[in-house]
Ligand binder design. Structure first.
Ligand SMILES: Nc1ncnc2c1ncn2[C@@H]1O[C@H](COP(=O)(O)OP(=O)(O)OP(=O)(O)O)[C@@H](O)[C@H]1O
Ligand SMILES: [Mg+2]
Length: 253
């Protein structure tokens, strides 16, 4: 079999050319990075968990009519997705103050927000993904006003869906980010949810205990990241209930 064409290797995933035109294979690595890759580690099994969790969320979104790039999962670490032109803006939705917003505005982490707040961050690692406004996005031509309206609408629909799914399993959706891509269908183009939705891109707190079940476990050294993600997957019924973190075949000798 011919070797696949690697299109892009990022911090957490690799993109390969897909089997049909207009498709890509997204491979989930075990690498975890934070603080703009200053902190890096390899977490056994993280890629497998995120592949399954992103499949779960994207499939659910597709089912309720929110368009995503997800086509189907191929194996433990790979999924087939629609290729799109990624808009260089990360859209963040916040329900509870945390992370950079809590710090920037001096709000105590955990303070519920009166309404979901949508923020844009310009995707540029060298600049540390700075917060930008619609004025910047329009002036520099990163997206049109129509695109921004569509991005906000997609992000809020994702928020409604994800909040509901999480609340049902005792998890508070504090915030999350999505990436949006431009997808061409014949003469038409529309914006779809791309990249991944996983505990790497969300803040998830246990409703009862406040325990962190997301990448903050890694950012802030709060414990075992793979255990936290496994707990999310277990509650959502994504992994077999008795699957232990890190269970995998071991070679003898
Ligand atoms: N459907 C898609 N079509 C094209 N590109 C995609 C699609 N989904 C995700 N991507 C891009 O694939 C890459 C996934 O790799 P990864 O998440 O590891 O990147 P990263 O290190 O976070 O870097 P980046 O700053 O580029 O996001 C990202 O650049 C993401 O924007
Ligand atoms: Mg990424």
């Amino acid at each position: 079999m011919a070797r696949r064409n690697k299109i892009y290797e990022g911090k957490a995933k690799i993109l390969y050319e897909g089997p049909e035109p207009g498709t890509l294979v997204q491979y989930f690595k075990d690498d975890a990075t934070a603080y703009n890759a200053e902190k890096h580690d390899v977490i056994d099994g993280k890629g497998v968990l995120n592949n399954r969790l992103s499949e779960f969320f994207m499939t659910g979104l597709n089912a309720v009519g929110v368009p995503t790039h997800f086509i189907r999962r191929l194996n433990m670490r790979e999924q087939l997705v629609r290729a799109c032109e990624i808009i260089p803006i990360e859209v963040v939705v916040r329900n509870v103050a945390a992370g950079s917003m809590a710090k920037r505005l001096g709000i105590e982490e955990g303070t519920p927000l009166p309404r979901p707040i949508v923020e844009y961050y310009y995707k540029d690692d060298a600049l540390g993904d700075p917060l930008v406004t619609e004025e910047h996005i329009a002036a520099f031509g990163w997206a049109s006003q129509q695109d921004m309206d569509d991005m906000v609408s997609l992000a809020l629909r994702v928020n409604d869906f994800l909040s509901g799914v999480m609340t049902a399993v005792g998890i508070r959706l504090v915030d999350f980010k999505i990436e949006v891509g431009r997808h061409y269908e014949g003469d038409f183009q529309r914006l779809i949810v791309a990249d991944e939705i996983s505990p790497d891109s969300c803040r998830l707190w246990d409703i009862q205990t406040g325990q962190r079940l997301d990448k903050d476990v890694f950012r802030k050294d709060l414990g075992n990241l793979s255990d936290a993600y496994t707990e999310v997957a277990r509650r959502l019924g994504v992994m077999p209930k008795n699957a232990a973190a890190g269970t995998k075949p071991h070679l003898i000798n």
